[in-house]
Design a protein around this ligand. Structure first.
Ligand code: PDD
Length: 277
């Protein structure tokens, strides 16, 4: 695999980042994951806009212009022959002597690709996911896409240990989001998902899916919901760049609706994929 590190395209075995890099030592880094469908980048502008916002919230210098980032994404997709998959981008504050204060050094920019043959024909999307609820113990600036992913990883492991696919995180009695995705429920003709704010990441897929839902004449309510409301909904699903729209059919052991992927969820998934192609 060819990866990109600080200006160079190199085989992954030759890619090097300093042991003093603050991404490595302090999770002082932000990232983006852009999906690739039929060799085409999905929602690239949305991802770069969110990256800009993450960088500015953390006063991190920009490693490249949007045009340069687009060129690197395209070059990596081409060089690695990616058909369906993703491009991962990470910017860290760079390498410096360990100190809590921000150093004045150039940022580290790393990108790599991953082929995902089952991005569209996903077995999980066909069967529907089961989720468990866990407390949301992340920091309070989840609107910034940082690489502090240890609690979400713990959540994923808690889900696995419980025989489930993922976890929905709950704070003050309401669902924030999944470990690496936004959460939704559908009742009748109404789609409910939590409103934006520091408590959740503003998903790029979320923006697209809410627009598609409105175009499909669904009522969209952006407000918090509880696990109990979700358990009595007709349908539930998640969205992210790596899962698109994926149905949730069980929450804390209780089946949702008919216990299989619902028609509105399936329709939104189809619409999202059609538009991306
Ligand atoms: N995760 N919420 C969280 C906490 C996320 O980590 C993600 C994305 C999303 C969905 O955002 P988007 O639609 O822009 O992908 C919501 C990526 C895919 C990841 O960490 O792999």
């Amino acid at each position: 695999r060819i990866v990109y590190v600080n200006g160079a395209y190199v085989p992954e075995e030759e890619a090097k980042v300093s042991v003093f890099d603050r991404g490595f030592l302090m999770a002082d880094a932000v990232y983006e994951v852009t999906s690739v469908l039929d060799g085409k980048l999905i929602d690239f502008e949305g991802h770069t806009a969110r990256l800009r916002r993450s960088l500015s919230e953390l006063e991190m210098p920009s490693p490249a212009t949007d045009e340069e980032l687009l060129a690197i994404h395209r070059e990596l997709v081409a060089r690695n022959g990616i058909h369906d998959g993703l491009v991962y981008l990470q910017v860290s504050r760079g390498a410096a002597d360990r100190d809590f204060a921000y150093p004045d050094v150039p940022p580290t920019l790393v990108l790599f690709t991953q082929e995902k043959p089952q991005l569209v024909d996903s077995p999980l999307a066909a069967r529907g996911m089961s989720v468990i609820s866990i407390p949301d113990q992340r920091w309070k600036r989840r609107d910034i896409k940082t690489t502090q992913l240890l609690y979400p990883s713990m959540g994923k492991m808690m889900a696995k240990a419980a025989g489930a696919d993922d976890a929905w995180m709950v704070e003050e009695g309401v669902v924030t989001e999944g470990t690496s995705n936004n959460a939704y429920i559908v009742t009748g003709n109404t789609l409910v998902t939590r409103q934006l704010g520091p408590e959740i990441l503003s998903g790029i897929t979320r923006t697209a899916v809410l627009r598609l839902a409105q175009e499909a004449q669904l009522r969209v309510e952006e407000r918090p919901f509880t696990i109990e409301e979700a358990q009595s909904a007709d349908e539930a699903f998640i969205t992210s760049a790596t899962t698109f729209v994926t149905p949730v059919v069980k929450i804390d052991g209780q089946g949702i609706g008919a216990g299989r992927p619902g028609p509105i969820t399936q329709r939104l998934r189809e619409l999202y994929i059609e538009e991306g192609r």
